[in-house]
Design a protein around this ligand. Structure first.
Ligand code: PLP
Length: 400
């Protein structure tokens, strides 16, 4: 038997990390790669936020903080939830972690018993099923497809719920599709949840600020405040403030859950970096112009990327309402043959063909539970977007 815990048998490495490793290896061998796998803003953290991090260092905020985060950061989060989401949270119902991912992981760890089910609609952020599995739960993957804009419907939710269902995970705006749930869609899902009082709702709103055109971000709790006693809001500063490396995310929810999460945090990480917490406080309390600028920039990049991709025969790309990814259908290339005589049998083959032939890194839809598609990030420069799409066009034109 293995030296390692059998728990690990169900866990796969993150496909985005694997994609990054492929890019690094090709670059190390001297190849130029246009990297469209990036899951973070490509610009630096705004200067006023960096300055507050430096000030925190210089003023001696270099010690342990409470395991749920500093009072000033938790109060900034409570104000943010009231100001931007209209949600009434007391700072005592908020826990700060080392990223939103850390909060999600600990929420599963704090609640899942062996075999408990967690409903995860496809396409999903790659980490949810593995975080459920590593904590002894059963991911229940519910297929959503292009016909519903890749969104979970009330009927599909109702069908997936069993007596063992512990959580429904919703992610709006969605990674990888950019789908944004409307108020009506959320209302119909909340309606179903109201019929199942033992099912909790985890709502991952990390991309909330990146919505475009007519789309607006709505939190399910704004639609149905009755669910507040069994909802965990997950959010963080990584994406909105270009702070992925600072590692600050948070959860807001009922006291019983927040106490359990903070118990786990206190016995594992003690607290997130005090310096990062000070910077995150400034991010949330300070001027918000940087978020609006990032959103405007992403919107323009989205528009060019979608336009360029749709000019390529074999690619069909809908305009995403949010986040910073496009999720084109590449099934037009599947079944075709490459110049070297290989038949492309799946989106994974298309992804590898683009990486090797076009020098463009993307992530296969299969990793997100949706074969036939690729995820491409537009959190990169216009030049990279244009060059990447041109190289994809050339590679697609060579398929027979
Ligand atoms: N949730 C979603 C949907 C994400 O895409 C990501 C990051 O890629 C996260 C959560 C994690 O963010 P954080 O940096 O706060 O851990």
């Amino acid at each position: 038997s293995s030296y390692l815990a059998s728990r690990l048998d169900t866990v796969k490495p993150s496909p985005s990390m694997a994609a990054k490793a492929r890019v690094d290896a090709l670059r190390a061998s001297g190849k130029e790669i246009v990297d469209l796998t990036i899951g973070e803003p490509d610009f630096p953290t705004p200067l006023h936020i960096i300055a507050s991090g430096i000030a925190a260092l210089q003023s001696g905020q270099t010690r342990y903080t409470g395991s749920t985060g500093t009072p000033s950061l938790r109060s900034a989060i409570a104000k943010k939830l009231a100001r931007e989401n209209g949600l009434p949270y007391d700072p005592s119902d908020i826990v700060v972690g080392n990223g939103a991912k850390h909060i999600i992981y600990n929420a599963f760890s704090a609640t899942l018993n062996e075999g408990d089910e967690v409903i995860i609609p496809t396409p999903f952020w790659v980490s949810y099923p593995d975080m459920v599995a590593i904590n002894g739960g059963m991911p229940v993957i519910v297929k959503c497809d292009a016909s519903t804009g890749f969104k979970l419907t009330a009927a599909a939710l109702e069908k997936a719920i069993t007596p063992r269902t512990k959580w429904l995970v919703l992610n709006t705006p969605n990674n990888p599709t950019g789908a944004v749930y409307t108020a009506e869609e959320l209302a119909s899902l909340c309606e179903v949840l109201n019929g199942h009082p033992d099912v909790w709702l985890m709502t991952d709103e990390i991309y909330e600020h990146f919505v475009y055109g007519e789309a607006t971000h709505v939190s399910p709790l704004q639609i149905d405040p009755r669910l507040i006693g069994r909802t965990l809001i997950v959010n963080g500063v990584s994406k909105a403030y270009a702070m992925t490396g600072w590692r600050i995310g948070y959860g807001a929810g009922p006291g019983v859950l927040m106490k359990a999460i903070s118990l786990l945090l206190s016995q594992s990480t003690t607290c997130p970096s005090a310096i990062s917490q000070a910077a995150a406080t400034e991010a949330l309390n300070g001027p918000q112009q940087c978020v609006r600028e990032a959103t405007a920039l992403f919107k323009d990049r989205r528009d060019s990327m979608v336009r360029l991709l749709n000019e390529i025969p074999g690619i069909d790309c809908t305009l995403p309402d949010g986040a910073f990814y496009v999720f084109p259908n590449v099934s037009g290339a599947i079944g075709k043959t490459t110049p070297s005589g290989t038949r492309l049998g799946s989106d994974i083959d298309v992804m590898m063909y683009l990486l090797e032939m076009a020098g463009v890194a993307t992530i296969d839809g299969s990793s997100y539970g949706q074969p036939g598609y690729l995820r491409m990030s537009f959190a990169t420069s216009f030049e990279q977007i244009e060059q990447g799409c041109a190289q994809i066009a050339t590679a697609f034109a060579q398929l027979r």
